[in-house]
Design a protein around this ligand. Structure first.
Ligand code: ADP
Ligand code: MG
Length: 338
């Protein structure tokens, strides 16, 4: 008799969760991205104990149909792509259909959702991947997820959680980055009565930067606007004197998706060249709009890495965009405070 067995679904979901759900901030990233994909204009997040004991994400997006509320928790269940070819042109934040299955495998999840056309909403409760309750419920249009007791059934992972305040810090950073990429959506993060993040959602990036970084940063911004046949680059870079001693104040987006790219950070820094002192890094919030077919977002589950079809051309464009901002906008034309 052979030794190989196929793992049951509950077990394989628990293993897959390790890829997607590393800490409370990753749960929030996935849920908030789903809210964005659902077309929400208002997304609020409330946490307790750095999200370890409790996370609540509420949106005013499309909501889910009665027939979709259970299948949504299955692995590879998604409404966002239908076939492999669609992967070449994904414009939604999610598309793997893994997040809800993964989160539900390692926590208690309550979902309340209603579509604009539905006569009633639905309530679903899943604990450790097992459905406890599915029933109609009265609720407003949109979706609310409540996640409790993250990693209650994966002690090895639970052990790696940091102090509440540290986890809350990761969440704050995650939500701030998402908010800066989506100035047309109002985001609110609270931990009980404390407001950690609140952006207006008035589609003005400067207002979002103001909400997150405050007045001083705003007075030191220069506007970036650049367009060629392939890219549109827009956002703000900080004046040289506003440079920081690390790269934490750099936010880069490809089609509104927050990413990290050494190559592009480097291209920005090259544009400052001698304007920066050694070991100083410029502040920036930049979005690059690219034809989705020229980027591969399907690289890693955390979806932070992307690959570009022509990286050196893009670096050059970023360099030119920032150089232009630095020379034309420069110190003579400061950005006004909103
Ligand atoms: P993915 O985002 O990759 O499609 P998820 O597991 O994150 O996979 O979500 C599964 C499906 O559940 C989504 O494709 C979507 O149809 C639905 N869904 C999840 N969250 C929301 C939400 N906040 N509003 C509307 N639909 C949602
Ligand atoms: Mg998703």
């Amino acid at each position: 008799m052979g030794h190989i067995i196929v793992l049951d679904e509950n077990t394989s979901n628990k293993i897959a969760a390790g890829e997607v759900v590393e800490k409370p901030a990753s749960v929030i990233k996935e849920l908030v991205e789903n809210s964005i994909d659902a077309g929400a204009s208002n997304i609020s997040v409330d946490i307790r104990n750095g999200g370890i004991s409790y996370i609540k994400v509420t949106d005013n997006g499309s909501g889910m149909e009665e027939d979709d509320v259970e299948i949504a928790f299955e692995r590879h269940a998604t409404s966002k792509i239908k076939r492999a070819e669609d992967l070449d042109s994904v414009i939604t934040m999610g598309f793997r259909g893994e997040a809800l299955a993964s989160i539900a495998a390692v926590s208690s999840v309550e979902l309340q959702t209603k579509t604009a056309g539905g006569t009633y909403g639905m309530y679903v409760h899943v604990v450790g991947g097992v459905f406890k309750e599915v029933r109609p419920a009265g609720c407003p249009v949109g979706t609310t997820f409540i996640i409790k007791d993250l990693f209650f059934n994966t002690p090895a992972r639970y052990k790696f959680l940091k102090k509440d305040a540290t986890e809350a810090g990761y969440i704050s950073d995650t939500l701030s980055r998402i908010a800066l990429g989506n100035p047309d959506i109002s985001f609110r993060l609270t931990s009980g009565k404390t407001i950690l993040v609140h952006t207006p959602g008035n589609n003005d990036l400067k207002s979002a930067i103001y909400s997150i970084y405050g007045k001083e940063v705003i007075s030191q911004l220069m506007c970036v606007e650049y367009m060629d046949e392939r890219f549109k680059i827009s956002g703000y870079v900080g004046k040289p004197e506003a440079a920081r001693s690390n790269r934490n104040y750099q936010s880069l987006y490809i089609n509104k998706r927050y990413i990290k790219s050494r190559v592009i950070s480097y291209a920005v820094e090259q544009a400052y060249s001698s304007m920066l002192m050694k070991n100083k890094f410029p502040f920036f919030v930049l979005n690059i709009d690219i034809n989705p077919q020229l980027v591969d977002a399907n690289v890693h589950p955390a979806k932070m890495d992307v690959r570009f079809a022509d990286e050196s051309y893009l670096s050059r464009a970023v360099y030119m965009a920032v150089s232009k901002a630095l020379s034309s906008n420069s110190l003579f034309n400061p950005v006004s405070v909103p």
